[in-house]
Design a protein around this ligand. Structure first.
Ligand SMILES: [Zn+2]
Length: 356
């Protein structure tokens, strides 16, 4: 039950609304607006007609010319793509797409209503269209969109990946490299830029290029992007400094791994904290971020009383359960460095930890 401020009981679902404040009479003010009126008719409001053909503003009542110079504010362009909507015939088209080359103002012949002639014309035009560069770019963008969509990667990340791809394409430094590998590298770096890291394994599995090829292309890409993209380069470097062993930190892989395992936010936060400590103290140095993620989750899930088996975790982060156990062994040996007093205060219990 809820009550209004005056003590009245509100009926269910009612929202209290204060009575509107009484309108005060405004003090008299001189009207300083400049109004164009006809000096003969002195009508207010005036009946003004803009005669664009002659460039005059005339009085609608007597026909006196009031101004002989007007600016035509109507649009002076036409597009013919919406000819079937006579109401709104004069509008410009779409904004230029920054991901493509040029201003995209060339003529495109539409398929029309699908009639024979329109279709043939459109086909013939497409065949004779020599804009190969934009076609290749568009194909690459379509591939990026398809890959990111099917892997639940958000649109901003896809756009960043496209932007990276565009700058590599402009630089023409990657001629002869597999396009799939370049795309995979762009997506990987874009994910990291947006702090939604994917493991290298996941990204390389998107494409059907060999791991070696993707790795080599990725190294080149990272060096290139660091040089060209000033802002992006900073965060690429910052990412590297954060964990010296690998470019992707285990903590940044934690949210998705926890979501896959159905672990709550509290466990996730503790796991991220522990992963940072593992990185900081160099426990399990040289292990891949994925195995650190797995081992930390194994440790934290048991510590917090919602145990997950090494096999379950292995499936979620895609490492073998043996790898998790090996890394876990290292962590248990140095658990004092990893487990903070804070997680014990939040309900962690060291006695729940399985023997390594
Ligand atoms: Zn008049």
């Amino acid at each position: 039950m809820s009550y209004a401020p005056d003590g009245r009981l509100l009926s269910p679902g009612e929202v209290y609304e204060a009575a509107p404040a009484p309108v005060k009479d405004e003090a008299w003010q001189e009207d300083l607006n400049v109004t164009l009126i006809c000096p003969d008719c002195r009508e207010n409001p005036p009946v003004l007609i803009e005669e664009f053909s002659a460039g005059d503003t005339i009085c609608g009542s007597c026909g006196r010319v009031l101004a002989d110079r007007i600016i035509d504010t109507r649009s002076e362009w036409r597009t013919f793509s919406n000819d079937d909507q006579p109401k709104d015939a004069s509008r410009v088209g779409d904004a230029a797409n920054p991901f493509l080359n040029g201003s995209q103002l060339q003529t495109e012949i539409a398929f029309g209503d699908g009639g024979m002639r329109a279709r043939d014309l459109s086909r013939a035009h497409n065949k004779s269209n020599h804009d190969k560069a934009n076609k290749a770019l568009q194909a690459a963008y379509n591939q990026i969109t398809a890959l990111t969509d099917s892997h639940n990667i958000s649109r901003p990340i896809a756009d960043t990946a496209k932007q990276f791809f565009k700058s590599t394409d402009d630089a023409k430094l990657f001629k002869g490299k597999s396009q799939d590998a370049i795309i995979a590298g762009c997506i990987f770096i874009a994910c990291r830029e947006h702090k939604q890291s994917r493991s290298f394994l996941e990204v390389y599995k998107m494409t059907n290029v060999s791991k070696k090829e993707v790795g080599r292309t990725y190294k080149l890409l990272e060096a290139f992007l660091r040089k060209t993209q000033k802002g992006a380069g900073d965060s690429i470097e910052a990412g590297n400094q954060k964990s010296s062993t690998a470019s992707t930190s285990a903590a940044s892989l934690m949210p998705r791994a926890c979501a896959k395992l159905g672990l709550g936010t509290q466990v996730q936060l503790i796991a991220e904290d522990c992963a940072d400590r593992v990185d900081k103290h160099g426990v399990a140095a040289g292990r891949s971020p994925l195995s650190i993620t797995g081992a930390v989750l194994y440790l934290v899930s048991h510590l917090m009383g919602c145990p997950k088996s090494a096999k379950e975790i292995g499936l979620a982060v895609q490492v073998s359960d043996g790898t998790i156990r090996t890394a876990y062994k290292l962590m248990v040996a140095e658990q004092d460095k990893i487990i903070s007093d804070e997680c014990i205060a939040k309900g962690g219990d060291r006695s729940r930890l399985p023997a390594a």
